[in-house]
Design a protein around this ligand. Structure first.
Ligand code: GCB
Length: 626
C-alpha cells in the first residue's frame, strides 16, 4: 500500500487546499553543490520561473535547455494558524523525474518517478500562522533503473546530456500543480468503486449497484451519498464498505457523459470529521471475445496517441491547451485517446470524464528497448537483450510502484477503460516473459474494476516473434508500414507486408480485440507536392487511405488511435525536423490536410463499427474499400 493518499486535493467542509502555483525561485546546480552549500535552506540567485511548467523552453541559451542534473526550486508558503491539529501536507502532482523536498531546511520527502503525485507530511515541521520555506531539488537524469528508460552521458566539455530510449524531449521540472493541503487527522485515504447494471436500455439502467470500499485511518463511521446532476440525492449508504443502489441510473456513455457527485463523510454523531467528494460515472467496461463493451454495448475506438506538449511550457500542464485539445478531438469525431507515454495531469482525466472520452491510461514504461532509434531499429531486426540486463529487478520495482500510483490515482475515473502497462518493449526474447507476468498480474490485483490490460507493441513484436502478446486482454499494435518500412512509391509493398502480418494474426485466432495504438507519417505543415512525396501533406493522406483500407479488412480490429494528435518536441537529430511531425494538428493546434480526411471518416463510423464480428458495408470512409 502507498504511504500517502492519492486523492486529489480539494476544499470541502473539512479539507483545505491552497494552490502554490505561480513564480518560484529557480536555479541550475551546474556543479552539484546544492546540499553542500545548504541550498536546502534557500537557493542562490534571484531567477524566477513559472510552476507548473517544464523549465527548458523559457531560456535563450542551449546549455540551459539541455541541462541535465539537479535543478532547484524555492517558494514561501503561509500556513494558517487554524490548521494546527490537522494533517498538513505539501502535494506535488508530479516532479520529473525525481525530487527531494525540504521545508524550513528539513528534508520531508523524496520521490522517484516523474509523472505521478506524492505528498510530504509537514505537520510537525511547519510554523503555524507563519511563513515557511519550501525547497525542491529536481533531477532529470535518465537511467535503466527507472521509467522512462534512457541513459545519461558526459560530454568532452564536462556537461551531462540525456540519451532517451524514447522519442520525446526529456522535459522536466515541476510540470504540474503544487498544493498546500490540510486534511483532518482522521480522514478518507482512498476508495474503490465497482459497478453492476441491470436492465440497460438507451443509456439508462433500471438498477445500478455501486459496490464501494472506503479506506480511512480511524474508527468513526463512514457515510456515502450520491447526487445526480440536478443536485437531488439518489442513493445513500453507511459503512466502510457496502452498496449504493441507484434506480433508473443515467449511464456514463461515449461522448455523452453523465456524472454523479459522490460525497463520502466520516461522522462523529452529527459532526462531520472529514468530507471528500468526487464526480463519478456509472458504467461497466469489459472485453468479451473480440469486442470492447461499454455498458454491455460494443464500441469502436477512434482517436489519438497524444503527448502533454506545447510551446514555451513544454510538458507543463496548460489548462488552455487542454481545452483546445478536447475541442479539436470533438471536432474531428474522436472518442478516445491513449495517455502515451506517461500518466497525464489529473485535470485531463476530469475533462475526459466530463466529455465522455475513453482513455487508455499508460504508465511511463517506455524505452524498455535500449536504443534511441527504437522505432527504426525494431523494423530492421535489431535486438538489445534488454530484459537480460542485471538492472532489471530494480527497474521492475520502480515500474510496479508507478503502476500502483497510477491505478490508485486514476481507478475512479469513468473515462479510464484500460491500462497500458508498457510502450514498445523488446519482446522478442523469452527473458521478457517473467517481467510481463509480474506487471500484468499486479495491474489485475490493483484494479478493483479489473479493466482490460494491454501494452503497445513495437514493429518487430510480430505474431511469430513476440513472446508476450498472450498477456494482453486487447492486442495493441504500433505499426508504421508505409513510413519506416516501404514509404513513398513503395507503399504498395508496405500494404502487402501489413496485410501479411494481419493475416498471420488472424490465423492465430486469438479471439481478442485488436487496436492500432500507433500509425502515422511525418508531415510538414508547410509542404505540398503533387504527386506526393514523403513529408508532404498529400502523402499523409495517401498513407491514411492505405492503412484505413487494411483496418477495415479485419473484423477483429476494434480501434484506431493515430500517432500523433499534434506535432511534438523530441531530441534533435537527423530523423526529426525540430520534433516529430506526425501530428494531425501542428504543435500550435491547427489542422493539417489529413485532419479533414479523418474527420470525414470518424464522424461517419458508427460507434459499434464491426460489432458482432461483421465487417459492415463500407461507405466512402476514405479507405481503399473492397
Ligand atoms: C513509436 C513510439 C513513439 C514515437 C513514434 C514515431 O513507435 O511509440 O513514441 O514517437 O513511434 O513517430 O516514431
Amino acid at each position: 500500500m502507498l504511504e500517502y493518499s492519492m486523492l486529489y486535493p480539494k476544499t470541502t467542509e473539512s479539507r483545505r487546499a491552497i494552490s502554490l502555483n505561480g513564480m518560484w525561485k529557480f536555479c541550475l546546480d551546474e556543479k552539484a553543490v546544492g546540499e553542500q552549500e545548504k541550498w536546502t535552506e534557500g537557493i542562490p540567485g534571484n531567477d524566477r520561473i513559472p510552476v507548473p511548467a517544464s523549465f527548458q523552453d523559457f531560456y535563450t541559451d542551449k546549455d540551459t535547455r539541455e541541462f541535465t542534473g539537479d535543478v532547484w526550486y524555492e517558494t514561501d508558503m503561509f500556513v494558517p494558524g487554524e490548521w494546527e491539529n490537522t494533517q498538513v501536507q505539501v502535494r506535488f502532482a508530479a516532479a520529473t523525474h525525481r525530487a527531494v523536498v525540504y521545508v524550513n531546511g528539513i528534508k520531508v520527502t523524496e520521490h522517484e518517478g516523474g509523472f505521478l503525485p506524492f505528498t510530504a507530511d509537514v505537520t510537525e515541521i511547519v510554523r503555524y500562522n507563519a511563513s515557511n520555506k519550501v525547497v525542491v531539488k529536481v533531477n532529470n537524469e535518465l537511467n535503466e533503473t527507472n521509467i522512462p528508460c534512457g541513459s545519461t552521458v558526459t560530454l568532452a566539455n564536462g556537461k551531462k546530456m540525456t540519451k532517451p530510449y524514447f522519442d520525446f524531449f526529456n522535459y522536466s521540472g515541476l510540470q504540474r500543480s503544487v498544493h498546500l493541503v490540510s486534511v483532518p487527522k482522521e480522514s478518507v485515504f482512498d476508495f474503490d468503486l465497482t459497478y453492476e447494471l441491470d436492465g440497460v436500455t438507451n443509456g439508462t439502467a433500471q438498477t445500478a449497484k455501486i459496490s464501494y470500499q472506503v479506506q480511512t485511518n480511524g474508527e468513526h463511521p463512514v457515510f456515502l451519498e450520491l447526487f445526480d446532476e440536478s443536485g437531488a440525492s439518489v442513493a445513500s449508504a453507511q459503512g466502510a464498505q457496502g452498496v449504493l443502489t441507484v434506480s433508473d441510473a443515467h449511464l456514463w456513455q461515449v461522448r455523452n457523459a453523465y456524472l454523479y457527485r459522490l460525497v463520502i463523510r466520516i461522522m462523529d454523531e452529527s459532526l462531520v470529521i472529514d468530507e471528500y467528494e468526487q464526480e463519478i460515472g456509472i458504467r461497466t467496461v469489459e472485453v468479451k471475445g473480440t469486442e470492447i463493451l461499454l455498458n454491455g454495448q460494443p464500441v469502436y475506438l477512434r482517436g489519438f496517441g497524444k503527448h502533454e506538449d506545447s510551446d514555451i511550457v513544454g510538458r507543463g500542464f496548460n489548462i488552455g491547451v487542454m481545452k483546445r485539445d478536447f475541442e479539436l478531438m470533438k471536432w474531428i469525431g474522436a472518442n478516445s485517446f491513449r495517455t502515451s507515454h506517461y500518466p497525464y495531469s489529473e485535470e485531463i482525466y476530469e475533462m475526459a470524464d466530463r466529455e465522455g472520452f475513453l482513455v487508455i491510461d499508460e504508465v511511463a514504461a517506455v524505452g524498455l528497448f535500449a536504443s534511441m532509434l527504437n522505432f527504426m531499429d525494431a523494423s530492421s531486426g535489431k535486438t538489445t537483450a534488454f530484459f537480460e540486463s542485471e538492472t532489471i529487478p530494480v527497474l521492475l520495482k520502480a515500474h510496479l510502484k508507478a503502476l500502483e500510483e497510477m491505478i490508485t490515482r486514476d481507478k475512479n475515473h469513468p473515462c479510464v477503460i484500460a491500462w497500458s502497462l508498457l510502450n514498445e518493449p523488446e519482446t522478442t526474447n523469452e527473458a521478457a516473459v517473467p517481467y510481463f507476468k509480474e506487471v500484468f498480474d499486479k495491474a489485475h490485483e490493483l484494479d478493483p474494476q479489473k479493466r482490460p490490460r494491454t501494452y503497445a507493441m513495437i514493429m518487430n513484436s510480430t505474431p511469430d516473434q513476440c513472446k508476450c502478446f498472450q498477456f494482453s486482454d486487447m492486442i495493441a499494435l504500433n505499426r508504421y508500414y508505409g513510413w519506416y518500412v516501404c514509404g513513398g512509391y513503395e507503399i504498395s509493398n508496405a500494404e502487402a507486408m501489413f496485410r501479411k502480418e494481419m493475416d498471420a494474426w488472424k490465423a492465430k485466432n486469438l479471439n481478442k480485440p485488436f487496436l492500432f495504438t500507433e500509425y502515422g507519417a511525418d508531415t510538414l505543415g508547410s509542404e505540398h507536392k503533387l504527386p506526393s512525396v514523403m513529408w508532404s501533406q498529400e502523402y499523409q493522406k495517401e498513407y491514411l487511405e492505405m492503412v484505413h483500407g487494411v483496418f477495415d479488412s479485419y473484423d477483429f480490429v476494434k480501434g484506431e488511435q493515430i500517432w500523433n494528435f499534434a506535432d511534438f518536441q523530441t531530441w534533435e537529430g537527423i530523423m526529426r525536423v525540430n520534433g516529430n511531425k506526425k501530428g494531425v494538428f501542428t504543435r500550435q493546434r491547427q489542422p493539417k490536410d489529413a485532419a479533414y480526411l479523418l474527420k470525414e471518416r470518424w464522424t461517419n463510423l458508427p460507434l459499434n463499427f464491426k460489432a458482432g464480428g461483421v465487417v459492415q458495408e463500407r461507405r466512402n470512409l476514405n479507405g481503399k474499400f473492397s
